[in-house]
Write a protein of this length. Structure first.
Length: 337
């Protein structure tokens, strides 16, 4: 059992399983759905739920609805990852030697699942999400469906024709909208039982961080994407400008959280995010330097580089944001008071 738990831990940390280790069923599916990036979705859901629990105007936040939203969002993220792999393979983007197959096993090309099995999993996961959405519509009305359907549109057409958002520099803004206003705003909506426009503004700081992760990944894949005609934002802007943009977005995270605290939108405990400032400075330094020419020792997802640093910072800053909101939900202190 300890070896199996070790497998799960390794997959969740690195999106890989070391050669020589026996593949178990759970590890296989954690790899297929790329579960290592689920913490960003869990953080968005937690922010939305805690904004509802900490809102003085919300009399009775629903733990059941929050739990269903969390499950639904994680499943939606899993479906998104599988859809991306399906369409990128079908469209000729993913192939042996392309970056996607180098940093982690591709579900189909690595033999983890058949094309039919991946398609069946996509359908099954989306059916569960449809059932959850039906529950929310029955409980709260059709308005809540707008969040889910908008997220589904970005998720599906991120790589699917005819829009292929990633191919036209719209993937990064799409992720910003989904992991911010849609996930955080939608989770607040179902947890609180009603919608509040200010939550969309409160969702923006973390949305910026998730966007930096995708920009970092596309900086790592810039040459390979450009060769295939995929015009991600870094392909359009260039690597140096994109990495500078990431530095600005990380700084904007701290500025936005601080402003939202100063105007009383967020509790003062949200300032805990400043504990991640030293980490940001170290990531800034990496962004300002050329990537290594060879794989650093024990680096798990090579040839990706910048994305790993963005993800590590986002995980810490997002975790501190959640911790601050949790304390604020228990002991609400706001400015001006």
């Amino acid at each position: 059992m300890s070896s199996v738990l070790g497998n799960w831990s390794e997959v969740l940390r690195t999106q890989n399983l070391s050669a020589g280790k026996e593949m178990d069923l759970v590890s296989r599916w954690l790899l297929i759905v790329r579960a290592s990036v689920f913490p960003m979705t869990i953080t968005s859901a937690a922010i939305g739920g805690l904004l509802a629990w900490g809102d003085p105007a919300v009399a009775d936040a629903s733990a059941l609805n929050f739990a269903l939203a969390l499950v639904g969002l994680v499943l939606a993220h899993a479906a998104n990852n599988m859809i991306n792999d399906w369409f990128d393979l079908s469209g000729g983007v993913d192939s042996e030697g392309y970056v996607r197959t180098q940093y982690a096993p591709h579900p189909i090309l690595s033999g983890l699942v058949s094309k039919g099995g991946l398609l069946a999993a996509i359908v099954a996961v989306n059916l569960v999400d449809l059932a959850i959405l039906a529950w929310f519509v029955r409980e709260l009305g059709a308005g809540v469906a707008a969040f889910a359907l908008a997220g589904l549109f970005v998720s599906f057409f991120y790589v699917a024709p005819p829009f292929k958002l990633k191919h036209h520099g719209l993937g990064e803004p799409g992720v910003f909208v989904v992991w911010g206003p849609l996930m955080i705003g939608g989770t607040y909506y179902v947890t609180a039982g009603s919608f509040a426009p200010w939550v969309l503004v409160a969702s923006l700081p973390y949305a910026l961080l998730v966007m930096t992760v995708l920009i970092g990944k596309h900086c790592d894949k810039l040459e390979a994407d450009a060769a295939k005609g995929i015009r991600t934002l870094p392909v359009i802007l260039g690597r140096e400008r994109s990495l500078f943009l990431n530095q600005l977005l990380m700084a904007a995270f701290f500025a936005l959280v601080t402003c939202l605290v100063l105007v009383g939108t967020l509790p003062v405990w949200a300032l805990a995010v400043w504990g991640a400032f030293p980490r940001m400075l170290s990531v800034w330094k990496v962004f300002g330097e050329p990537r290594p020419s060879e794989r650093p020792e024990s680096f798990p997802i090579w040839p990706l580089w910048y994305v790993a640093w963005a993800f590590v910072f986002t995980r810490l800053a997002g975790g501190l944001f959640v911790a601050g909101l949790l304390v604020g939900a228990l002991f609400d202190v706001r400015l001006p008071d």
